[in-house]
Design a protein around this ligand. Structure first.
Ligand code: 5GP
Length: 122
């Protein structure tokens, strides 16, 4: 069964304007802002404005306009940050094995330096 959306999660508070963020992009469906604890010189989070726990939830339940806006925003933000030529990485965590911390869908955009291997083997 799908996890219920928690309206007290930190990104819901950012979307309601209760907590500030360093915004880099916004449209009717999407907000993008810098991560508070950056893991690379550029580390931006792109989130849908709708209430979706993760990509699993979003892919299943979001409307086509929301999905199109979200995918286009990820590409647009990376391009506008000048990342498409040196390259960048996008990442979205879902659930416990991925260590997803915030239960509102977010895509991380990392860039600004060589990013190393995709995953560290443990
Ligand atoms: P996750 O592990 O869920 O994929 O990533 C959550 C991300 O949200 C982390 O990279 C973390 O630094 C970031 N984050 C957590 N709280 C805040 C906040 O209040 N503001 C911003 N801008 N980022 C946050």
């Amino acid at each position: 069964m799908a996890t219920a959306y928690d309206r007290d999660n930190i990104f819901a508070k950012i979307l309601r304007g209760e907590i500030p963020c360093d915004r880099v992009y916004e449209d009717d469906h999407v907000l993008a802002f810098r991560d508070i604890n950056p893991q690379a010189p550029v580390h931006v989070l792109v989130i849908p404005k709708g209430e979706y726990v993760s990509m699993d939830d979003f892919a299943e339940s979001a409307g086509d306009a929301e999905i199109a806006a979200f995918v286009r925003a990820v590409g647009r933000v990376a391009r506008e940050l000048g990342l498409q030529d040196p390259g960048y990485r996008i990442l979205a965590n879902h659930g416990a094995d991925s260590h997803q911390e915030v239960p509102h869908l977010h895509v991380h955009i990392f860039g600004g330096r060589p990013l190393g291997p995709m995953l560290v083997r443990t």
